[in-house]
Write a protein that binds this ligand. Structure first.
Ligand code: NDP
Length: 301
C-alpha cells in the first residue's frame, strides 16, 4: 500500500478561501465587522519572526487585520501583563496570541502571560479555562487549540469514521499532545497517550488506527511502528543536517515519511502538513471570535 498524501497546504488553502468568503458575507450584513488579531512578541527570535510573518500573511488573505505588537527582550513580567490587559480591554481586538517561546532577559512566567489573555480572546486555545473545558469533554463555546484542531480537520478529510477507532497520540504537551488526546476522546476514539516515560512506544502505535506524532524527535516513528492502513498525522518540525541542500539542513517531521508512506493509508508531509493547518485554524478562531461579538455565541463546528 502507498499512502495518500494529506496535504495541509491544500486543505489550509480551502479553509482560508471559505473563511474569506465568510468574512465578506458577514461584512455585507454587518458593515462594522472588522476581525482583528494581535500577535504579541517578546524579543526577536528568527524562528518566531518566520511564524509571525506566516500568520500575518494568512490573516491578510482572509480579510482579518493582524497587528504585530513587539516588546523588547528587556520587558518585565508586569509590563507584559499590563500590555496584555490593555489588549483584553480593547474592543477592536478579537484575538490575542503570545508568540512562544518568549525571548526575554528577565524571568517571565510564560504560563502566567498566556493565562492573562482573556479566555474570550484566547484564539490559541491555551488559556487554562479553555483547556479545562476541553479536558471536560466540551468542544463548543470556547476556542480549540490550533494545532490539534488542524489535525482533527485533516483526519476528518480522510473520510474515516473516527468513532471507535484506536488513536495513539505521542506527546502530551499543553499545546499539542494533551489537547489532541482530549479532542480525539471527545469525538469517540479510544485514545492512548505515549510520552517520554512510555515503555516501548512502538508496541502502542502498532495497534493504532490513527497515529498523531507530536514529539519533536526527527523521524522517530518507523515503518514497523505502523499498522498497515493507519492514518498518520505528523506534527513534528525538526531540522536535520543535509549537505545536499544550500543551507545544509532540511525540515523533517517526527515520522520517517518515506518508509511509513509504504504502509499507512494516509500521511501528512512535513513541511506542508500540519503546519499550514495550525495557521489556518488561528485565523478561523479569530473570525469565530469576531462573529461572536456580533451574534453573541461561538460555534466551532
Ligand atoms: P514538547 O517538547 O512540548 O512536547 C514533546 C512531547 O513529546 C512531550 O510530551 C514528551 O514527553 C514527548 N516525548 C519526548 N521524547 C519522547 C520519546 N522519545 N518518546 C515518547 N515521547 C516523547 O513539544 P510540542 O508538543 O510543543 O511539539 C512537538 C513537535 O511538534 C515539535 O517538533 C514541534 O516543533 C512541533 N509543533 C508543530 C506545530 C505545527 O504547527 N506544526 C505546532 C507546535 C509544535 P514528556 O511529557 O514526558 O516530556
Amino acid at each position: 500500500m502507498v499512502a495518500k498524501v494529506l496535504s495541509g497546504t491544500e486543505t489550509a488553502k480551502e479553509v482560508r478561501k471559505a473563511l474569506a468568503q465568510e468574512v465578506l458575507d458577514f461584512k455585507t450584513k454587518n458593515p462594522s465587522f472588522r476581525p482583528k488579531l494581535v500577535i504579541v512578541q517578546v524579543g526577536g527570535r528568527e524562528d518566531s519572526n518566520v511564524y509571525i510573518r506566516m500568520k500575518v500573511k494568512a490573516a491578510g488573505e482572509v480579510g482579518v487585520e493582524a497587528e504585530h505588537v513587539k516588546f523588547p527582550p528587556t520587558v518585565t513580567e508586569s509590563e507584559l501583563l499590563t500590555g496584555v490587559e490593555k489588549l483584553n480591554a480593547d474592543p477592536s481586538v478579537h484575538g490575542i496570541i503570545v508568540q512562544l517561546p518568549l525571548d526575554c532577559t528577565n524571568k517571565i512566567d510564560a504560563g502566567k502571560i498566556t493565562n492573562a489573555v482573556s479566555p474570550l480572546k484566547d484564539v490559541d486555545g491555551i488559556h487554562i479555562e479553555n483547556a479545562g473545558r476541553l479536558a471536560h469533554g466540551e468542544l463548543e463555546g470556547f476556542f480549540l487549540p490550533c494545532t490539534p484542531r488542524g489535525c482533527l480537520e485533516l483526519i476528518q478529510k480522510t473520510g474515516i469514521d473516527i468513532s471507535g477507532k484506536h488513536a495513539v497520540v505521542i506527546g502530551r504537551s499543553k499545546i499539542v499532545g494533551a489537547p489532541m488526546s482530549c479532542i480525539l476522546r471527545t469525538v469517540n476514539a479510544t485514545v492512548t497517550v505515549c510520552h517520554s516515560r512510555t515503555k516501548d512506544v512502538a508496541s502502542f502505535t502498532r495497534q493504532a488506527d490513527i497515529i498523531v506524532a507530536a514529539v519533536g524527535v526527527a523521524q522517530m516513528v518507523k515503518k514497523d511502528w505502523v499498522k498497515p492502513g493507519a492514518v498518520v498525522i505528523d506534527c513534528g518540525i525538526n531540522s536535520i543536517p543535509d549537505p545536499s541542500t544550500a543551507r545544509g539542513s532540511r525540515l523533517v517531521g517526527d515520522v520517517d515519511y518515506e518508509a511509513v508512506k509504504e504502509v499507512a493509508s494516509w500521511i501528512t508531509p512535513v513541511p506542508g502538513g500540519v503546519g499550514p493547518m495550525t495557521v489556518a485554524m488561528l485565523i478561523k478562531n479569530t473570525v469565530i471570535s469576531a462573529k461572536r461579538e456580533v451574534v453573541g455565541s461561538l460555534k466551532n463546528f
